[in-house]
Write a protein that binds this ligand. Structure first.
Ligand SMILES: Cc1cc2nc3c(=O)[nH]c(=O)nc-3n(C[C@H](O)[C@H](O)[C@H](O)COP(=O)(O)OP(=O)(O)OC[C@H]3O[C@@H](n4cnc5c(N)ncnc54)[C@H](O)[C@@H]3O)c2cc1C
Length: 384
């Protein structure tokens, strides 16, 4: 029967597409279902493209290191340009409290194999010309981190997945999950019914809706964040710059210069903005512009082309949910990627492939333990 698959993946996004690619490489019959018209049209297209291994959770560091290896070698191995650029990341400290927070994270990052150091203000200014160093105490510097285009990357992974035999159906929302004797047997969409041995919930900010189809619940909620992009200018800054000072209803502010010249920027609201509303606000740009100019005053004549608002699939502690569902056998959860689903996606893809092939490593087991959907959520990641 043509409607029988080894694995069905719900969601052709930052995570579902690389999982499909890796599973298709290992000769599994894969179907990916998405309600949108084309790949990467959920939160994936809202991401600004930052890719870092410098987290404070070792499991997330290990996943991102595998992702970085895939992003950074993609063009060389596969030919297509995903606009990867190894510009590094820097978290700036303008206050003693932020400096101490950042210094406290270095140890865990170094022990997990991430290359990162503390730089004093003078050294940072040498690397970032025009940096406003008034009151700057220094910052972290992680040269292996970088950026790529989420749309180009998801399209490149999608093409590879298709070449390897994965089948994608768009405009096809999943409306029911079928199971028998406690084991998943398939899904029902608005068009038809499909059968499978394994089902993966990669529905991002909508993953709790998918969980409700088996009468269970996932602690993933849609959390709105806004971003913007300028006109392209000559290349002059390398790293993603993160400013953790709060200002006018915003907590973190981060930005970088994309490989093609545009400055892309984003804020973290100081209070969570829950819900599925993705209409951009009129308050974002005035605040983001002030924050950008407080760090790089020389950008004052650069024009902003557009802003947008998208959804973080947020968990209570800022870490993803990765693991088997305990109620329905054969249902795997890869959701709740928060603000890092683009950078985690390829690493999660490889991990899921090793799990289904029975080839997990001790590091994989560590990731699965720390990212279990059933953990107690009692701690929070510092650099989430
Ligand atoms: C402004 C902003 C900036 C960001 N910047 C970064 C960044 O720099 N780096 C980074 O790593 N991350 C970033 N992120 C976060 C990143 O976008 C998300 O973590 C990531 O896209 C989540 O991936 P996902 O595959 O889980 O979800 P998605 O990419 O949203 O994919 C889920 C898919 O599931 C589909 N779906 C939902 N319900 C159904 C259904 N019933 N049936 C079929 N399909 C369904 C959706 O249509 C969607 O395509 C940013 C996010 C925002 C909003």
């Amino acid at each position: 029967m043509s409607n029988i698959y080894d694995v069905i993946i719900i969601g052709a996004g930052s995570v579902g597409i690389p999982i499909a690619m890796e599973l298709a490489y290992s000769n599994k019959k894969i179907l990916v279902l998405d309600r949108e018209a084309s790949p990467g049209q959920g939160s994936n297209k809202s991401a600004i493209g930052g890719i870092r291994a410098t987290h404070t959770d070792p499991g997330k560091i290990f996943l991102s290191q595998e992702s970085l290896e895939i992003f950074s070698t993609w063009q060389q191995k596969n030919g297509d340009d995903i606009e990867w650029y190894r510009g590094g990341y820097t978290f700036l400290a303008y206050t003693e409290a932020i400096k101490q927070t950042l210094l406290a994270t270095l140890d865990i990052q170094k022990k997990s194999g991430a290359r990162i150091d503390w730089l004093e203000a003078d050294s940072l200014r040498e690397r970032i010309p025009c940096l406003n160093d008034q009151q700057l105490l220094g910052g972290t510097w992680s040269p292996d981190d970088g950026s790529a285009s989420p749309l180009r990357a998801s399209l490149a992974f999608y093409r590879k997945a298709c070449e390897a035999g994965a089948i994608f159906h768009f405009h096809e929302p999943v409306i029911a999950i079928e199971h028998k004797g406690g084991h998943v047997t398939g899904v029902v969409t608005e068009k038809t019914r499909y059968h499978c041995n394994y089902l993966v919930n990669c529905a991002g900010a909508w993953s709790n809706q998918i969980a409700s189809l088996t009468n269970s619940e996932l602690p993933v909620r849609p959390n709105a964040h806004e971003a913007g992009v300028t006109e392209p200018i000559a290349h002059f800054i390398d790293p993603m710059i993160v400013d953790m000072r709060g200002f006018a209803d915003t907590a973190n502010f981060y930005f970088y210069q994309h490989k093609t010249g545009q400055i892309i920027f984003c804020t973290t609201p100081s209070d969570d903005v829950w819900g599925y509303d993705t209409h951009e606000t009129s308050t974002f740009l005035p605040v983001a512009a002030q924050r950008l100019l407080s760090i790089l005053p020389s950008l004052d004549s650069v024009k902003v082309r557009r802003t947008w608002r998208g959804l973080y699939p947020m968990t209570p502690d800022g870490l993803p949910l990765i693991g088997w569902d305990r109620q329905v056998e054969g249902l795997f959860i890869a959701a709740g990627m928060c603000g890092q689903g683009f950078m985690l996606g390829p690493g999660v893809g490889r991990l899921v492939s090793r799990i289904l092939d029975g080839k997990t490593t001790p590091t994989d087991q560590f990731i699965l333990d720390s990212h279990s959907p059933y953990r107690d959520f009692s701690t929070t990641e510092t650099l989430k």
